[in-house]
Design a protein around this ligand. Structure first.
Ligand SMILES: *[C@@H]1O[C@H](CO)[C@@H](O)[C@H](O)[C@H]1NC(C)=O
Ligand SMILES: *[C@@H]1O[C@H](CO)[C@@H](O)[C@H](O)[C@H]1NC(C)=O
Ligand SMILES: *[C@@H]1O[C@H](CO)[C@@H](O)[C@H](O)[C@H]1NC(C)=O
Ligand SMILES: *[C@@H]1O[C@H](CO)[C@@H](O)[C@H](O)[C@H]1NC(C)=O
Length: 619
């Protein structure tokens, strides 16, 4: 230190001052000194990280639960919150290929007297007042499924979130995940959003980086990509959903050579051209009589939304009747028995959006049992055990509603590659798993990562010339010599304390490195600074009414009880909801389907205990 200071002084008097301050601040552990040094430190770290081996894709283990009130569906474990009053909160969520954030179910989703074991049936609740790291935000609309009249809203905040089993070694964490906390009964179980686009809350100037993007940027996964299939309960003992981040599981599907480009409309990126739907048994066999349509693959919703002519064809082929009051194709037990024994296949032939009618296509075949799903409360008011069977088909009002929901992904494997802006859809292969080939992982390496690695690591190129190799060898020898000298120096310094000053003079370079070390070492990154700091967004995506805002204040000050007491929790009356939330008005206008379901859900299924005041809306 002494030698260094002297030298610095000789160079520049101001330097002495700065360095003195530097040593002082290191000694006193002042947090934020000095900016350039800590930048240098993180640069060093970054270089070290990029030199280390490329991260591999991560396979997320399923929760091993089958659940939902329109399934059964396979869920994934998510831990949320930290340092919390009640510890980490474990919930189970579905995979959403369209959402960009996490949706959890809040305490408002299970009001008193709602349904037995409500929290568990909803995959567990996230009680935001129990998390010390929850940074509350405002109420925002999710901005998703508006085309289906299923837009929702809820409290949005930031918290620590871990997908996968804690401690399994295959879990991934975002310290500052964007989390919705909702009560909407139409999304009975929360979701984990796989779409890596940033979430825009107040405006487009403050995008919240997605979980997936952060995983890639922190070198936890090799690319912004994933492989997913929803799994199904009807084959063998059931195959849980399979989710791989930064790659895919090659054992889960039959490979094909069709690559789909993302749609230009980024909100419908996973769109395909549906050429035909055919069935093996049943008349008519052509279930898409009016020709091909562009359709969006979206695992957020269970159903398949098709043009009315296609729905009519399904009705006559399988003897289905649409129940307008429930808003679903309910299947009576006699029809169900007949269909299960006939076991008709349904084949979806899909191709790339711009592939034309003669382009390459893929066939995805679903056995009848993929459509043999059941409904329960609150969709069916008095059915708590899922004894009501339904066929997951919906009539689309227009082409914005064409959707291949989660039902389709029971038999299809999706690889979405946000690096190359393309995706693939393949028929699931269950034989491999049956044969014991349980799980495999193939990484998709980002071109960006490849480029940065070869540029930061030019010597690692395998095609080194002999001269280069000799050069490297000499370099290595020289490095060893220098290290040896350093070692000798350090030993000597320890032994001969009295000669220290003289030796420092003689070997200034080493002294430099020595003293530089502690400055680079502790990088003062703000811990939890993001969570604590001013991340509160006041202007909501869609403006909510004043009562909601005051409800928010109540939550910040008093926690849940304030909310409950004010009755903001549930709006049971369809009128209030639409009147107050313009974004959802479409719900009640949709002819023939969801609108009525929704109204009915609210009126019948989700009615609160009679003593509860109803002035708010589903949040
Ligand atoms: C948020 O805004 C950015 C532009 O600032 C855009 O690229 C992104 O797609 C938007 N995200 C969503 C979910 O719409
Ligand atoms: C995406 O495009 C790349 C480059 O053309 C190709 O190697 C890859 O297989 C494609 N991926 C998918 C999922 O279609
Ligand atoms: C958190 O909210 C729940 C649900 O409203 C309530 O029962 C509980 O008492 C609250 N806990 C705290 C610590 O405020
Ligand atoms: C499609 O139908 C929905 C529901 O009826 C409606 O809200 C929406 O405006 C329609 N979109 C177009 C482009 O016609």
């Amino acid at each position: 230190m002494k030698g260094l200071k002297l030298r610095a002084c000789a160079v520049q008097p101001l330097g002495l001052l700065m360095l003195t301050f530097a040593s002082l601040s290191t000694a006193l552990s002042l947090p934020s000194w000095p900016r350039p040094t800590s930048l240098r430190g993180s640069d060093l770290q970054r270089r070290q990280r990029s030199n280390s081996s490329t991260p591999s894709a991560i396979s997320i283990a399923p929760s091993q639960y089958w659940e939902g009130n329109d399934g059964p569906w396979s869920t994934f474990p998510l831990q949320i919150g930290s340092g919390s009053v009640g510890g980490l909160q474990n919930v189970r969520v579905l995979v959403s290929t369209a959402a960009t954030a996490i949706w959890t179910i809040g305490a408002e989703g299970c009001p008193n007297g709602y349904v037995n074991s409500c929290p568990d049936s909803r995959g567990g609740l996230f009680l935001r007042n129990q998390s010390l790291t929850w940074a509350p935000d405002s109420i925002f609309q999710t901005g998703l499924e508006m085309n289906l009249g299923l837009d929702s809203s809820g409290y949005v905040g930031f918290d620590v979130a871990t997908l996968g089993w804690q401690g399994s070694g295959a879990e991934v964490t975002d310290q500052h995940a964007t989390v919705w906390n909702m009560a909407d009964p139409r999304y009975w179980i929360g979701v984990f959003g796989m779409n890596p686009r940033p979430t825009n809350l107040s405006d487009f100037n403050d995008p919240q980086t997605s979980f997936m993007q952060k995983l890639f940027e922190s070198k936890k996964i090799p690319s912004v990509s994933y492989g997913y299939t929803a799994g199904n309960q009807y084959r063998a003992d059931g195959y849980y959903g399979s989710l791989t981040l930064g790659g895919y599981d090659p054992n889960r599907f039959v490979e094909n050579d069709v690559s789909f480009p993302f749609d230009e409309d980024i909100s419908r990126d996973l769109s395909v051209n549906l050429h035909s739907i055919t069935t093996s048994t049943g008349l008519p066999s052509d279930l898409l009589p009016d020709g091909s349509i562009s359709i969006f693959i979206d695992s957020t919703v269970p159903e398949i939304w098709l043009p009315e002519s296609a729905c009519n064809a399904f009705e006559s082929a399988f003897g289905l009747t649409y129940n307008t009051s429930i808003g679903r194709y309910l299947v009576s037990s006699s029809t169900r028995q007949r269909l299960l024994s006939e076991n008709p296949d349904v084949t979806f032939t899909i191709g790339p959006i711009n592939g034309g009618s003669k382009g390459k296509t893929v066939d995805i075949t679903l056995p009848y049992r993929a459509f043999d799903l059941h409904l329960s409360f609150p969709i069916i008011p008095n059915d708590y055990n899922g004894t009501t069977h339904y066929f997951p088909l919906q009539r689309a009002a227009n082409d914005t509603q064409y959707t291949l929901g989660r039902t389709f992904l029971q038999e299809a494997y999706l690889i979405a590659d946000y690096e190359h802006q393309n995706f693939s859809i393949s028929q699931c292969d269950w034989s491999q798993k049956a044969a014991g080939n349980d799980q495999d992982v193939v990484s998709i390496i980002s071109p960006q990562l490849k480029a940065s690695q070869s540029s930061s690591n030019p010597d690692s190129d395998s095609s080194l010339s002999a001269g280069a190799i000799a050069g490297v060898a000499i370099g290595v020898v020289a490095l060893i010599a220098v290290l040896g000298a350093a070692l000798v120096f350090i030993r000597r310094r320890k032994k001969a304390d009295k000669k220290r000053a003289a030796e420092l003079e003689a070997k200034e370079n080493f002294a430099d490195e020595d003293s530089a070390e502690p400055k680079v070492g502790p990088i003062s990154e703000p811990i939890g600074g993001e969570l604590g700091g001013g991340e509160i967004h006041e202007a909501p995506l869609t403006q909510m009414r004043p009562e909601m805002e005051s409800g928010r204040d109540g939550v910040e000050k008093y926690g849940y009880s304030e909310m409950d007491g004010r009755g903001h929790v549930i709006e049971m009356d369809g009128k209030g909801y639409t009147a107050e939330m313009p974004g959802s008005a479409a719900v009640l206008e949709m002819p023939g389907s969801e609108g009525r379901v929704f109204e009915r859900d609210l009126k019948r299924g989700a009615r609160p205990p009679p003593d509860e005041k109803s002035e708010g809306g589903w949040i």
